[in-house]
Design a protein around this ligand. Structure first.
Ligand code: RIB
Length: 305
């Protein structure tokens, strides 16, 4: 499987907290860790761990973080021909707070990711035209996302769009041509302006998207598993039960692993099951990319679950 991720990279600055400080309060927190992150980069790493040949199309700043990010891609076996430095700009950074239950709150400063433009999609033509799927998220300019969806459509390359973080300005009519639209339940709620607390509500909201032209909606539901809906079917995939220490990057883990195994329509459920295992393993360790298992660990987990 050859994949191109057109998306973000960030430096994750994760603070593990007992609670959030109140306004004006200074509060000691138990620990801190720095690692490579960003939704695009995380999905690229997850896909690569799961056996895909991955090209990353992204921009880094001209600060000390940039070389580390590029080196990390290379260590993960990801092609960096289309990773470019932007002079006078900072790399993307993400202060993350993880509470005692493993739940995360994330701020993002996009930095150089804002400079990833439609012309960069054209510049990556050589890699794009030989890939089996394009992966997109929303930490880069929306115009670039729209352009990449059109590019995929025009060149018959399947496109997976993870609308994260969800932004109300996303013009759904300009992305409905994507082959897989993969929000989590919160993103689905924001994008449809509908509640998504129960399975029934999630299905209703997904149906609304199907009614506006999307073909495959896969909703990641965290500890509740995932749901695939098309106009004529719905399939739930159960979650693996694990005890979570840090859920950050789990959605990206799911998506990268899913993309590496989704060869055609008949492989969707199998790819979701595998992705569910990969994401489950990721929440048992701290960090985003740092928590992703190797393919051997994944096999072992699936065989013994
Ligand atoms: O999805 C998790 C990611 O969101 C983190 O790695 C952080 O960088 C933000 O992009």
């Amino acid at each position: 499987m050859k994949l191109c991720v057109i998306g973000s990279n960030m430096v994750d600055l994760t603070t593990y907290i007992d609670r959030m400080p109140m306004a004006g309060e200074t509060l000691a927190a138990p620990s801190f860790a720095m690692g490579c992150g960003g939704k695009g980069a995380n999905q690229a790493v997850a896909a690569s761990r799961c056996g895909a040949d991955v090209w990353m199309v992204t921009k880094v700043g001209d600060d000390p973080f940039a070389d580390n990010t590029i080196r990390n891609f290379q260590l993960q076996g990801i092609h960096t021909d289309y990773v470019e430095k932007v002079p006078g700009t900072s790399s993307g950074v993400a202060p993350i707070f993880v509470d005692k239950n493993g739940q995360n709150s994330i701020l993002i400063v996009k930095g150089a990711n804002e400079s990833l433009l439609p012309c960069d999609v054209d510049d990556a033509k050589e890699a794009l035209d030989k890939c089996d799927m394009i992966l997109l998220q929303l930490e880069i300019p929306l115009e670039t996302v729209y352009y990449a969806v059109e590019y995929g459509k025009k060149h018959h390359i399947p496109v997976l769009l993870n609308p994260a973080p969800a932004v109300r300005e996303l013009d759904l009519t300009r992305v409905a041509a994507c082959d897989f639209f993969m929000p989590n339940e919160t993103e689905l709620s924001i994008l449809t302006d509908m509640p998504t607390e129960t399975d029934e509500e999630v299905e209703k909201a997904a149906k609304k998207l199907l009614g506006s032209g999307f073909t495959n909606i896969i909703v990641t539901l965290g500890g509740r598993g995932s749901l695939w809906m098309t106009k004529d079917k719905k399939e739930y995939v159960k979650p693996y039960k694990v005890s979570a220490v840090d859920t950050s990057g789990a959605g990206d883990a799911f998506i990268g692993c899913f993309a590496s195994g989704c060869i055609n329509a008949s492989s969707v459920v199998e790819a979701m099951k595998r992705a569910s295992a990969f994401a489950a393993l990721s929440v048992t360790k701290k960090g985003t990319q740092m928590s992703y298992p190797s393919s051997e660990e994944l096999e072992n987990f699936i065989n013994h679950a």
